[in-house]
Design a binder for this molecule. Structure first.
Ligand code: SF4
Ligand code: SF4
Length: 159
């Protein structure tokens, strides 16, 4: 008999304790985010989606040297270089990247490409890659990667 009453008291205490936890979290702000509508806070050293940078004069920093491709541990980068037209160069070097692609499905965001690049052309931004339904959209082409899109715009110091 005593054991039955003890169980009831113990059960009621456990229910009260559980309700206390429920009430405590019911009054807190939810930790979920309405991403991508709501921006997501990232740490200063967060490595997100890639960007191919230009110089202030609009020329592409990438000289097609393929060092980033060689440094990438997962084979996520494809670079095809071509000779610059001296009358209308795309980069300050002899060559430029005719094709530059990053496969986000392979990328592990290690930053090795950024470290290997002699001209600081490829950088990892703090942009969080967007979810995609189509696998092809995970291949970032030069059009997507090059910033600023307009060669006459400057978005960051040339350093
Ligand atoms: S961050 Fe790492 S894995 Fe991703 S493309 Fe650069 S080198 Fe390759
Ligand atoms: S991004 Fe940098 S390392 Fe990669 S090909 Fe261009 S210049 Fe070379």
């Amino acid at each position: 008999m005593m054991s039955g009453l003890g169980d009831v008291v113990k059960g009621a205490a456990q229910i009260a304790q559980a309700m206390g936890v429920t009430l405590k979290y019911a009054t807190r702000r939810p930790v979920t985010l309405e991403y991508p509508e709501e921006p997501m806070a990232v740490f200063p050293r967060y490595r997100g989606q890639h960007m191919l940078r230009r110089y202030d004069n609009g020329l592409e920093r990438c000289i097609g040297c393929c060092l980033c491709e060689a440094a990438c541990p997962t084979g996520a980068i494809l670079v095809e270089a071509a000779e610059n037209d001296p009358g209308n160069p795309r980069s300050p070097g002899e060559r430029y990247a005719k094709t530059y692609e990053v496969n986000l499905l392979r990328c592990v965001f290690c930053g090795d490409c950024e470290i290997a690049c002699p001209t600081e052309a490829i950088v990892l931004t703090q942009s969080v890659p967007m979810p995609q339904r189509n696998r092809a959209n995970f291949i970032l082409t030069q059009d997507v990667l090059l910033e600023p899109k307009d060669a006459n715009l400057v978005i960051r110091p040339d350093s």
